[in-house]
Design a protein around this ligand. Structure first.
Ligand SMILES: Cc1cc2nc3c(=O)[nH]c(=O)nc-3n(C[C@H](O)[C@H](O)[C@H](O)COP(=O)(O)OP(=O)(O)OC[C@H]3O[C@@H](n4cnc5c(N)ncnc54)[C@H](O)[C@@H]3O)c2cc1C
Length: 281
């Protein structure tokens, strides 16, 4: 059996970044590609500069995560010891529209919530620069071809640039072999479905559901937050550990489609959420 020595990982979201770092720690040389400007995928952090020149950061994708699996917990504890993640010790509740009061407030510590420090992208950022991982951003992989003669994968960028030959490829994004890629880019998917018919069949049925994020920042702490402000999910971004910028209150409102909500895990399937402590301030 040949030993895989050089692997391309496509995508620097949490799954691609963890995969790349795990492979590298096991002696595999990894080249990681992402079409985005930086790492994180749906755990990215948004940076804006306001009109008066101040920097403003938001976790506009996943606002937090929790862990149910013991292997994943070991990984998260390792990140915690390195200061890459911290617990978000706020209790969630649902806002009752008629009374404007919070109900169903979470029991303290029942579900541990974690956030990246200083942003949700910190974990991917650290994993992408581990020894043995070479990361290339702004490079969209447009074609993955299997060479029978060489027993190697050949990767080509969206702009036609040759990206190299690899013993193995890990694609962390479902669009890589899905017809949805064509809808988004007007090009055929990077992997031809004949190369992976089973996978292509499974991927075509995975829905892509949109989610809008509205990022609001206020110079002063808000004494109360009117429920008219709240969309579907509301998070007080400024209540997370080590979020330092000039804004005292930052709200992230995520408006989910019905389809998205129905696919959400119970951890995010609240109707209206707000960190209760922030409301009490
Ligand atoms: C608004 C929102 C709220 C969420 N809330 C939560 C939450 O509260 N808790 C929770 O646990 N999860 C939450 N999630 C889900 C969580 O963010 C995702 O499940 C997770 O981040 C997905 O990681 P991933 O690595 O699988 O994919 P992604 O993060 O999507 O990474 C895929 C990467 O591949 C890259 N890529 C794709 N195609 C190519 C190509 N051809 N060439 C190069 N690069 C390519 C993309 O640029 C991207 O960076 C939320 C997601 C969103 C959007």
């Amino acid at each position: 059996m040949s030993v895989v020595s050089k692997v391309a990982v496509v995508g620097s979201g949490i799954s691609g970044a963890v995969c790349a770092s795990t492979l590298a720690r096991n002696g595999v040389l990894v080249t990681l590609f992402d079409s985005a400007r930086g790492p994180g995928g749906r755990m990215s952090r948004r940076r804006e500069t306001t009109e008066d020149g101040k920097e403003l950061f938001f976790d506009h994708g996943a606002p937090f995560f929790n862990v149910n699996d013991s292997d994943a917990l070991a990984l998260v504890q390792d990140w915690e010891s390195k200061g890459l993640v911290a617990e978000w010790k706020e209790n969630f509740g649902s806002l009752d529209r008629s009374s404007s009061k919070f109900v169903d407030i979470e029991q303290n510590g029942l579900i541990k919530k974690y956030v990246g420090v200083p942003g949700m992208n910190s974990i991917c950022k650290a994993l992408c620069v581990e020894p043995g991982v070479e990361s290339k951003f702004g490079v969209g992989v447009g074609k993955m071809e299997w060479s029978e003669d060489e027993s190697l994968w050949s990767l080509t960028a969206m702009d036609g640039q040759k990206l190299g030959l690899f013993n193995g490829v890990v694609a962390s994004d479902k669009n890589i072999a899905s017809p949805k890629f064509t809808e988004l880019t007007g090009r055929p998917p990077p992997i031809e479905k004949d190369l992976c018919p089973g996978l292509a069949l499974k991927l075509q049925d995975i829905p892509v559901a949109p989610c809008f994020a509205l990022m609001l920042a206020f110079a002063e702490p808000l004494s109360s937050v009117s429920h008219y402000l709240l969309a579907v999910l509301a998070f007080v971004d400024s209540s997370k550990f080590n979020r330092v910028d000039h804004y005292r209150t930052k709200l992230l409102l995520q408006c989910l489609s019905a389809l998205y909500s129905s696919k959400c895990s119970s951890s995010v399937a609240y109707n209206l959420l707000l960190a209760e402590k922030e409301k009490e301030k």
